[in-house]
Design a protein around this ligand. Structure first.
Ligand SMILES: Cc1ncc(COP(=O)(O)O)c(C=O)c1O
Length: 374
């Protein structure tokens, strides 16, 4: 059996010769950044592909999050989930906002809307939920609460590229949604991200903010940041878009095969997908419950010894990191579901180039562990 390491993900890169003509154009135009032709084309192409009206590209998803909060002038306290990548909460601290963590739903692993109201104080200005693993949040319940308390909603949709609910883009919900095009995501521009916004005026404001606040050569209207995507990233994005449907179809097959091959192993629970009508199979999370012979960490280490690098997304919880753990909302008693799930989760390798043989190797290590032990 091959010992080639299998990582949790691997970026999908189209054939290099398809990328070279884009590079030639960049060499000819000498325009490397600052809203060049590829940047403009990718914004248009993504709006069409994703089914949204307005989108502003960014250098990465974290800058998109930080800027989205700035654009809406969010202050005070924001209700969010501890079960996410740390950038979700960091974007609040970078804006001088206090995150208030609420627990997650044990099925969707997204923010539990029934916990939101109790966390609202006079300082609350917004809700920052995450469509974790691309599974939709409870969009209507969250919006109803936001409307009754006059709160903004910013969705961290870093995992939700291409996800639709009732055939409508999930990115059309809330006041703003952000995407990440990091190398680990289903659609990548090397590094990259975007803010999806509802109207041209908001996009213009966001475009100004991502370019230091400039509105013309000599006028700066806000303390903006450098959040611009380069022409290289935008070019890769345009090329990726030509291949993305094929890449998503392969992910779908891998998801289906994992469910078949892992079915019936006691203590291995494949996470149910949500109510999306279009899925992206960005992750393949499993829960290791007490019926399994090994603990989650024992299985994780056993996989690593056999060259399979699953990831414990999301462990530790954000609320356990030193800059958050002192907040009252970060206490374990407030986050019992998130705490339990973070101790059971492993995300298995899933990416378009994962071969059938490699996938069987992953499943075999999981299936034989209860027989062989550690
Ligand atoms: C949920 C979530 N939010 C935000 C980010 C930050 O995106 P980026 O790495 O593009 O800055 C990521 C991942 O990287 C993420 O998984």
């Amino acid at each position: 059996m091959s010992d080639k390491p299998i990582y949790v993900t691997q970026p999908y890169l189209p054939p290099l010769e398809e990328f070279l003509p884009y590079l030639e154009q960049i060499w000819q135009s000498r325009q490397l950044t600052n809203g060049g032709p590829f940047h403009k084309q990718l914004e248009e192409a993504l709006c069409e592909y994703l089914g949204v009206e307005h989108l502003a590209l960014f250098a990465n998803g974290t800058l998109a999050l930080v800027t989205a909060l700035q654009a809406l002038r969010i202050t005070g306290e924001v209700i969010t989930t501890p079960y996410s990548f740390v950038a979700t909460a960091h974007s609040l601290l970078w804006n001088g906002i206090r995150p208030v963590f609420v627990d997650i739903d044990p099925v969707t692993l997204n923010m539990d809307p029934s916990k939101i109201e109790a966390a609202i104080t006079p300082l609350t200005t917004a809700i920052l939920p995450v469509h974790c693993y691309g599974n939709p949040c409870e969009l209507d319940s969250i919006q109803t609460i936001a409307d009754s308390y006059n709160l903004k909603v910013v969705y961290d949709a870093a995992h939700a590229f291409g996800v639709k609910v009732l055939n409508r883009s999930i990115l059309q919900h809330g006041d703003l949604s952000i995407l990440s095009f990091h190398a680990t995501k289903v659609f990548t521009t090397f590094e990259g991200g975007a803010i999806v916004c509802p109207d041209a005026k908001t996009k213009q404001h966001i475009d100004n903010l991502k370019n230091f606040g400039f509105v013309n050569e000599t006028t700066v209207v806000a303390p903006g940041i450098n959040g611009k995507m380069s022409e290289f990233g935008a070019a890769l994005g345009l090329l990726q878009l030509k291949h993305v449907d094929q890449a998503l179809a392969r992910r779908r097959e891998i998801d289906r095969d994992y469910r078949k091959q892992l079915a019936g192993i006691p203590g291995v629970v494949c996470m149910e997908r949500g109510n999306q009508t279009h899925d992206n199979h960005a992750y393949f999370p499993i829960l290791i419950t007490p019926e399994y012979k090994l603990s989650r960490d024992e299985l994780y280490e056993r996989m690593r010894r056999r060259g399979i690098f699953g990831r414990r997304y999301f462990y530790p919880l954000i609320s356990n990191f030193p800059m958050y753990r002192g907040f009252p909302s970060a206490q374990h008693s407030n986050l019992s579901v998130a705490t339990a799930i973070s101790e059971q989760i492993i995300c298995l390798p899933i990416y378009p180039n994962l071969s059938g043989t490699e996938q069987r190797r992953v499943c075999e290590v999981i299936a034989t562990a209860p027989l062989e032990g550690r």
